[in-house]
Design a protein around this ligand. Structure first.
Ligand SMILES: *[C@@H]1O[C@H](CO)[C@@H](O)[C@H](O)[C@H]1NC(C)=O
Ligand SMILES: *[C@@H]1O[C@H](CO)[C@@H](O)[C@H](O)[C@H]1NC(C)=O
Ligand SMILES: *[C@@H]1O[C@H](CO)[C@@H](O)[C@H](O)[C@H]1NC(C)=O
Length: 372
């Protein structure tokens, strides 16, 4: 590796912070700067890492694909959901099961759902929230075939004290739906509700109720009371909230270009991009960055001598500066070799609350350099 590029030759940003971390500069300062730009207070240390939701893997893999060179990718739009956004989080449910005051025989389960939206920073605009309800289907209860369940989702009115009977009056019904197939995820659009949770900062969560209606069960010849109908619904249901948001960082359409591997390794001391692979395990981040494990970030280095040629992508100002420099080398420095085109990458990671996050970052890879 050549001499250190001067900090001024880099756009301030994530890529520079990462580079300085990997080059062993004032590590903790650079690390905290970088974590801050990722929206993290400290380095996450996921205790029991949750599996990466398949929808996030799919989007991540798709973004990694080398696109046609002319394809324009809008990093601030999630094409899969057709909404603006550069951050996708999957928040785990933090609610608890509830005990019903007056036992209703057909009620299979009642659970408070709570998603802590304070992980979203103030400047982020929430553009989509989707609740997913999955059942860890118990294959012993194949009798669920043909059975129909009723699902009701309420907006919770207030937090009950432990042990007090619930449901309380005053809750608002959001969704009522019957379903029969337990192996399919149920998806609900909660964009409006989640926006309301943020703006009025009174997120009291939701109440989920699932009861066995039994209609289909009778048709299928199922015997026994509602309790046996409920048995096919495993109480270990898995609920999560997928939240898409747009952070205030500048968004622009950029040509996604995986030029990193095409940078020629020709000996030259002229200004040009140099290969640099940043490995997240080298900086001790392999525990919380899920993917990629590292990436070709590159950097700019080299001379900007007089006379500047067109390949050096200089500005009129830089051309004048080299002229003045050639006349007075002591008084005026050469122009600097800096990135003139950068491309973005997406990073999949665990945040401080063990949520899985897929985030798009601009200006992470140096594609072209110029004398400026
Ligand atoms: C939500 O998370 C924030 C930190 O991100 C925490 O301070 C707050 O107590 C949490 N709220 C609840 C109700 O758990
Ligand atoms: C979700 O609901 C919001 C309003 O609450 C609506 O604007 C949006 O179009 C809905 N999204 C879908 C995919 O239906
Ligand atoms: C200047 O830009 C051209 C394309 O516009 C590129 O091919 C060339 O590599 C760039 N020069 C440097 C030093 O990066």
């Amino acid at each position: 590796m050549g001499p250190l590029p001067s900090p001024a030759s880099f756009r301030a940003g994530l890529a520079w912070a990462l580079l300085s971390v990997s080059l062993g500069m004032d590590f903790s300062l650079q690390e905290s700067l970088l974590l801050k730009s990722l929206g993290l207070s400290t380095k996450p240390s996921p205790k029991i890492p949750v599996p990466v939701p398949s929808v996030l893997w799919r989007i991540f893999q798709k973004r990694k694909m080398p696109p046609a060179s002319t394809e324009l990718a809008d990093g601030c739009r999630v094409e899969e959901f057709n909404v603006p956004g550069n951050i996708i989080r999957v928040l785990a449910d933090q609610g608890h099961f509830m005990h019903s005051g007056q036992p209703q025989p057909s009620l299979c389960l009642q659970k408070r759902l709570y998603f802590n939206l304070s992980v979203l920073e103030e400047g982020e605009r929430l553009t989509m929230a989707q609740l997913e309800i999955k059942f860890s289907h118990n294959s012993y209860h194949a009798s669920s075939q043909g059975q129909v369940f009723e699902l009701r989702l309420y907006q919770a009115p207030r937090l009950p004290l432990r042990g007090t009977p619930s449901p309380e009056p005053g809750r608002t019904l959001l969704v009522e739906q019957s379903f029969a197939r337990l192996h399919k995820s149920l998806l609900f659009n909660l964009s409006g509700v989640a926006k309301d949770w943020r703006t009025h900062s009174r997120n009291l969560g939701l109440i989920l109720e699932i009861s066995a209606s039994g209609r289909g069960g009778e048709a299928a010849g199922a015997s026994g009371g509602p309790q046996s109908l409920c048995a096919s619904i495993d109480s270990f249901l898995d609920t999560s909230l997928l939240v898409v948001s747009l952070s205030q960082q500048q968004c622009r359409a950029s040509r996604r270009r995986r030029s990193a591997y095409n940078i020629p390794v020709t000996p030259s001391n002229l200004c040009k991009p140099r290969r640099l692979y940043i490995s997240f395990s080298d900086v001790g981040w392999e525990n919380w960055i899920i993917a990629p494990q590292g990436y070709m970030a590159n950097y700019c280095l080299g001379e900007c001598p007089f006379p500047l040629t067109a390949e050096l992508n200089s500005t009129n100002h830089a051309i004048l500066q080299t002229m003045v420099h050639s006349l007075d080398p002591e008084g005026t420095p050469q122009p600097c070799c800096v990135p003139v085109r950068l491309s973005p990458i997406s990073i999949l990671y665990y945040d401080n609350d063990d949520n899985v996050v897929l985030r798009h970052y601009e200006d992470m890879v140096v594609d072209e350099c110029g004398c400026r």
